[in-house]
Write a protein that binds this ligand. Structure first.
Ligand SMILES: [Zn+2]
Length: 239
């Protein structure tokens, strides 16, 4: 099995396991050629995604290989890949507790957990609340994202980008963890966000690649042991 296809399907199933994806949302990963990416068909069930069903799509959103239609919001992925050569994988999802930070006055999405260092330059809020169903809307979203590594889509959802699929999985988990912790903290009282210095000190000793492998191993082994993914998909157990 092609490892990239397996990893996209695995990432998708694991994000269902942790309650971030459900009946919608999608993950993509760019191919090494740079101008093509793999993404699931629009209606395939996320919790049972089959690697062989993934569609090969060009940056013009046209399907090059595979059966079925890509998601209506495929332009999100294509336009980000065009605008950001550093991005190798994109996640778009609709997580209510996170999305609410685009809708609540005077409660910005600030860092309260150290892994939020990934988004220390800020999380822009895209003001178009509709489906991103056209190339021009995708382009506008890519402009909103700019050099940031995540954006909120007002009243709609989130986009998170990373260099590869395993890093993307860890980033999405941490992005949502921070939003959930912050939402809870706001209920308790006045939140004191982590400072730039706090985040800098954390990053100084943080091994991003090693940490991504740790999360990938934990969630994939747990899912395999519960029968939610085929055991032969495991090849990244930590030594
Ligand atoms: Zn959406």
């Amino acid at each position: 099995m092609d490892p990239l296809r397996r990893d996209i399907a695995l990432c998708t199933r694991l994000l269902v396991d942790v309650g971030i994806l459900e009946y919608s949302g999608h993950i993509s990963s760019r191919l090494p050629s740079g101008d093509e990416f793999l993404i699931q068909p629009v209606d395939d069930v996320r919790s049972d995604l089959d690697p062989s069903r993934l569609l090969l799509v060009g940056l013009d959103c046209q399907v090059k290989e595979g059966e079925g239609r890509p998601p209506a919001e495929t332009a999100i992925h294509a336009e980000i890949y065009k605008a950001r050569p550093d991005v190798g994988a994109v996640a778009h999802f609709h997580h209510d507790q996170t999305t609410m930070f685009s809708m609540v006055k005077d409660r910005p999405l600030v860092p309260v957990k150290n892994h939020f260092v990934r988004w220390s330059s800020g999380v822009p809020v895209h003001q178009d609340a509709s489906h991103i169903s056209s190339v021009s809307q995708g382009l506008e979203l890519a402009r909103t994202l700019g050099r940031a590594n995540a954006a909120l889509l007002k009243g709609h959802g989130e986009v998170v980008v990373a260099e590869n699929i395993k890093a993307l999985f860890a980033d999405v988990v941490h992005f949502v963890e921070n939003a959930q912790a912050l939402a809870f903290g706001n209920l308790l009282g006045e939140v004191i966000p982590l400072t730039e210095r706090d985040l800098h000190d954390f990053e100084a000793t943080f091994d991003r690649e090693k940490h991504s492998r740790k999360l990938w191993a934990y969630y994939s082994v747990t899912a395999a042991n519960s029968g939610r993914i085929p055991p032969e998909w495991l090849e990244d157990r930590l030594p």
